[in-house]
Design a protein around this ligand. Structure first.
Ligand code: AMP
Ligand code: MG
Length: 486
């Protein structure tokens, strides 16, 4: 067995047994390492450089489980498109929590490793294309500075999975702060066992929000801390035009990471009502609906926590409601601050919100690309002919410049702030699709995907020769549709 330096512990598996089920990964017929994330491995303290790719493929398909692992499927519930369901890991296994040299504890999860007791009618498998998609989008998000699960590897299993057609099967190794979700608490709440709720609350606090243990009401402090982190996360999504696509409560991580890259995509042409997912007919998870949905999901979390907040249900409800109601203000304040950063404005001036919304309105009315419209404002990039050709933009530009001149910030700080807020390169849908088509096609050509990864790993740095990656899709991405990984 290859040893690459795993140091596993299994704190989640020490919770009561109803929280998980033991399960073994299915045997992969011919595992082949497709992608391996060397930089991530190094940051986890793993020594994979010298490892033989065959041995890594055997390990990361689950055929030769890493030393010290204890594969379990986690139990959880969730509201999917508003409807409650008991779920659980139907196609994923937590193989252990790796203890990094820097003291971090991260979940190592195989996604697509075969059926579990929670698979219901599913086959427990994943197809290569969607796993490569999670890999590239999660890398892009990480490089953009947005909290996210990471992808350590994708291994093709050498077996076909049946979707609409026969596809290559794959296992993704996912690295996460944890896989505790809003849905984990909903599962416990549905069982109506106060001790179990107390155990999960204590566990979550100890693992992610240790300061809350000192609070007068730890469960309420946990709720407030999770609300805080989600508000920050969703603001960051809006900063870069990210649309999650399936913000069910089982896909909302309590540690504040972006999780479960299914039908997600980056917004291109600015239409705030954009939803890409083929299964989201009601546009529940549209771009501009994400903060509202986050608050709705957090309300489900609060409900599940109620008995831990106060023994008196009415009092618990009043406290939880007050916390949930603060989300909107918190979110709004951070959103305005985020937009100020994108425009390079410091401090607060009257008219800032109008300046921001007028720019967005211009963007919407002119079918402009979200990423490129902001990037155009970055130092040295404004295009004079464009201003001449577009009087509305030119008028806005005059107001914006005037606001900048009255600013106490030094020009240098404002410039840095904008460059750090407005990416040049996002993972554009047509580029992602082209790279995945090449990788999953008969030739298995990984070069376009590797090239795309290089581009999105340095999103803020404009580089020669990469104009195609910054170009808007010919139709603004209008026709784009995304599909669930299932
Ligand atoms: P997701 O939409 O990927 O977050 O998945 C929602 C639920 O469906 C989770 O409980 C998954 O484990 C389960 N699931 C998704 N795909 C499959 C599959 N192919 N086989 C079994 N369960 C699945
Ligand atoms: Mg999920």
């Amino acid at each position: 067995m290859t040893s690459i330096g795993w140091r596993f512990d299994h704190s989640y598996a020490r919770l009561p047994e109803v929280m998980f089920a033991r399960a073994a990964p299915a045997r992969a017929r011919a595992p082949r390492l497709v992608l391996f994330n060397d930089a991530l491995a190094a940051s986890l303290g793993l020594e994979a450089g010298a490892a033989d790719p065959q041995a890594l493929a055997a390990m990361l398909s689950g055929n030769a489980l890493p030393e010290g692992s204890l594969p379990i499927a986690q139990a959880y519930a969730g509201h999917q498109f508003g409807h409650f369901a008991m779920l659980g890991d139907g196609r994923a296994l937590l193989v252990g929590e790796h203890l990094c040299p820097d003291g971090r504890r991260v979940d190592i999860q195989f996604k697509g490793s075969g059926p579990t007791p929670f698979s219901r009618r599913g086959d427990g498998r994943a197809a290569l294309g969607p796993m490569l998609r999670e890999y590239v989008i999660s890398e892009a998000m990480h490089a953009l500075g947005i909290p996210t699960t990471r992808s350590l590897a994708v291994v093709a299993t050498g077996e076909a999975v049946f979707r609409e057609s026969l596809l290559d099967g794959a296992v993704l190794t996912r690295v996460a702060g944890s896989h505790l979700r809003v849905g984990t608490f909903e599962y416990v709440a549905a069982r109506n066992e106060p001790e179990l709720l107390a155990a999960l609350t204590d566990y979550t606090i100890a693992r992610h929000y240790p300061d809350c243990a000192q609070a007068e009401r730890p469960a309420l402090a946990l709720l407030e801390a999770v609300i805080d982190r989600q508000a920050t996360l969703i603001v960051q999504w809006l900063r870069v035009g990210f649309i999650h696509g399936v913000m069910n409560t089982d896909n909302m991580s309590l540690c504040g990471e972006t999780i479960d890259y299914g039908p997600c995509a980056f917004l291109e042409r600015y239409d705030p009502g954009t939803a890409f997912s083929s299964i989201d007919h009601a546009k529940r998870y549209a771009f501009n609906n994400q903060p509202l949905i986050a608050q709705w999901n957090l309300a489900r979390f609060a409900e599940a926590l109620l008995p831990a907040i106060d023994p008196d249900p009415d009092h618990a409800l009043a406290l939880a409601e007050a916390a949930i109601n603060r989300f909107a203000d918190l979110y709004r304040a951070r959103q305005v601050e985020m937009m100020r950063n994108k425009l390079g404005l410091s401090g607060e001036a009257e008219g800032d919100e109008a300046l921001i919304s007028d720019f967005l309105d211009w963007m919407r009315d002119s079918d402009a690309d979200y990423t490129n419209s902001f990037a155009m404002l970055n130092p040295g990039r404004i295009d004079a002919p464009q201003l001449i050709a577009d009087p509305r933009l030119a008028a806005w530009h005059v107001r914006w410049q005037a606001r900048m001149q009255n600013d106490s910030w030094s020009v240098g700080v404002a410039r840095d702030q904008m460059r750090a807020s407005n990416p040049i390169y996002i993972a554009r849908n047509h580029q992602v699709e082209a790279a995945l088509d090449a990788a999953t096609g008969p030739a298995g050509d990984l070069r376009p995907l590797e090239r795309l990864l290089e581009v999105v790993r340095r999103p803020y740095e404009e580089r020669p020769g990469l104009a195609a990656y910054a170009a808007a899709a010919p139709d603004g991405g209008r026709s784009h549709q995304t599909f669930c990984g299932t």
